[in-house]
Write a protein that binds this ligand. Structure first.
Ligand code: SF4
Length: 92
């Protein structure tokens, strides 16, 4: 079973306009930011057209991987979504 197929079973309630993860503004990505491009299991991080790392956290499963990689260096700011928002795991 592919990870993408499992992730498709989750449901999300997006808190529009209040992303629970923020990427620090930068011109070129730090090593930690580059690592997030491949470390996130839900592929929430991507490079934009001008080479900065952006996040679209709508599919975030709140695993905390990016928090461990990017928060100590200040590259990202990570908070849990507000109550009632975020991922809903269908099978536990
Ligand atoms: Fe991706 Fe996990 Fe970070 Fe969410 S918490 S953006 S799923 S690495």
């Amino acid at each position: 079973v592919r990870v993408e197929d499992k992730l498709f079973q989750n449901r999300y309630l997006v808190d529009a306009g209040r992303c629970h993860i923020k990427v620090r503004p930068h011109t070129t990505p730090t090593p930690a930011l580059k690592a997030l491009l491949t470390a996130c299991p839900a592929r929430c991080y991507e490079l934009n057209a001008t080479g900065q790392v952006e996040i679209a956290a709508d599919g975030c499963v709140e695993c905390g991987t990016c928090r461990i990689i990017g928060e100590p260096s200040g590259d990202i700011e990570w908070n849990y979504p507000r109550g009632g928002y975020g991922v809903l795991f269908k099978f536990g």
